[in-house]
Write a protein that binds this ligand. Structure first.
Ligand code: NAD
Length: 359
């Protein structure tokens, strides 16, 4: 039976890399019934919202989606589609692998790590008070009452909630991820010495859960030290477990370690739904020219295949990407080549060696 998958092509380079991905995934022979829906800037003009309810309903129906990047319209008052999707579908875990790829020279050739980022809390929760607003004044007064310390009158505020419930589920997710993906170690990043009641809580939940997962090697590291060590010895890390903000920053850093945004795949996962997407944005500077690197989204497609338990096809896509990159003849300009998005997709599709059905 075919797998029903919702496809959101996205904005900018999104439709170009989405089409390339669809072509490669179709070439694996895994039956996928694509259900394409628009969201984002184009839809805002037509329908007055960037994320129509019917798109959410469709994802709830298919349970699995893959999306291209979506432009966040600045100054329209509409929240980012990405944030809305994570919130509405409770996609609490972002999973972003960074692996050194053959034929893509970098200072650290042996990188093979995965960033697991908590997606729903922390400074990205959206609890904010604008400088000069009545709410900010009220909050300042309350903080003065509670702490005895005055905040500046011209201060804006962003609140950082981290809960036991939110921390526990992402820590457990990370431990299970290690177990089921043949990984060995979790490094939890934090700044618990300064933010005792948010990062400190995240850390303490990690330590408690580590005790009930003795087969997973657990360590914690302050986020500044972790950043430094990532630039010097990234090959020593395996799974990084991070609260929202640090996870956002370090997953781009890790993408840079292995050759840039054009190669970095990702998934947003919850207990019920899964939305796969490349780490990069809609790249308006190169959109419409057919030169975007489709590898990040193709590798996100491989993650989707694995989620659908099509492990053979997933491994075949990754191996074909590796071979095409290693050969070095077909690559997009961000990797120093002259090929188009379509040419890369065609080369990967042609190189696929999907194992036949067994049993
Ligand atoms: P970006 O990732 O779009 O681009 C940063 C740089 O990387 C640009 O020079 C771009 O050309 C290059 N780049 C990105 N992807 C590439 C690819 N596949 N191949 C070759 N080069 C690539 O980041 P930005 O410019 O900060 O953001 C542009 C828009 O995308 C914004 O509206 C932002 O909100 C949105 N965005 C969306 C997502 C998402 O949908 N998940 C993620 C990040 C940014």
């Amino acid at each position: 039976m075919a797998h029903l998958v919702t496809l959101i092509p996205g904005d900018g380079i999104g439709p170009e890399v989405s089409e390339a991905t669809r072509r490669v995934l179709d070439a694996t022979g895994v039956g996928i019934e694509w259900d394409a829906h628009d969201a984002g800037a184009g839809v805002l003009e037509r329908e007055g919202t960037t994320l129509p309810e019917r798109v959410l309903e469709q994802i709830r129906r298919s349970r699995v989606a893959i999306k291209g990047p979506i432009t966040t319209p600045v100054g329209t008052g509409f929240r980012s589609v990405n944030v809305a999707l994570r919130h509405e579908l409770d996609l609490f875990a972002a999973v972003r692998p960074s692996r050194s790829l053959p034929g893509v020279p970098t200072p650290h050739p042996g990188v093979d790590l995965v960033v697991i980022r908590e997606n729903t809390e922390d400074l990205y929760r959206g609890v904010e008070y604008e400088r000069g607003s009545p709410e900010a004044a009220e909050l300042r007064a309350e903080l003065l009452r509670l702490t005895g310390r005055a905040s500046r009158e011209d201060a804006g505020f962003t609140v950082k909630p981290i809960s036991v419930t939110g921390a526990r589920r992402i820590v457990r997710f990370a431990m299970e991820f290690v177990r089921s993906n043949g990984r060995r170690k979790v490094t939890l990043g934090h700044k618990a010495n300064i933010m005792r009641f948010s990062d400190g809580l995240f850390l303490s939940i990690g330590q408690v859960e580590a005790e009930s997962h003795p087969d997973v090697w657990f360590e914690d590291m302050q986020i500044d030290q972790l950043s430094m060590r990532l630039t010097r010895e990234p090959e020593t890390f395996d799974v990084l477990l991070l609260p929202n903000l640090y996870g956002d920053i370090l997953s781009d850093l890790c993408a840079g370690l292995v050759g840039g945004l054009g190669l970095a795949a990702g998934a947003n996962l919850g207990w019920e739904y899964a939305v796969f997407e490349p780490v990069h944005g809609s790249a308006p500077d190169i959109a419409g020219r057919g030169v975007a690197n489709p590898v990040a989204m193709i590798l996100s497609g491989a993650m989707l295949l694995r989620h659908l338990r099509e492990d053979g096809a997933a491994a075949a896509v990754e191996a074909a990407v590796d071979r095409v990159l290693a050969a070095g003849e077909v690559r997009t300009p961000d990797l120093g080549g002259t090929s188009s998005t379509d040419e890369v997709a065609a080369a990967v599709a042609k190189d696929l060696q999907v194992p036949g059905p067994t049993g």
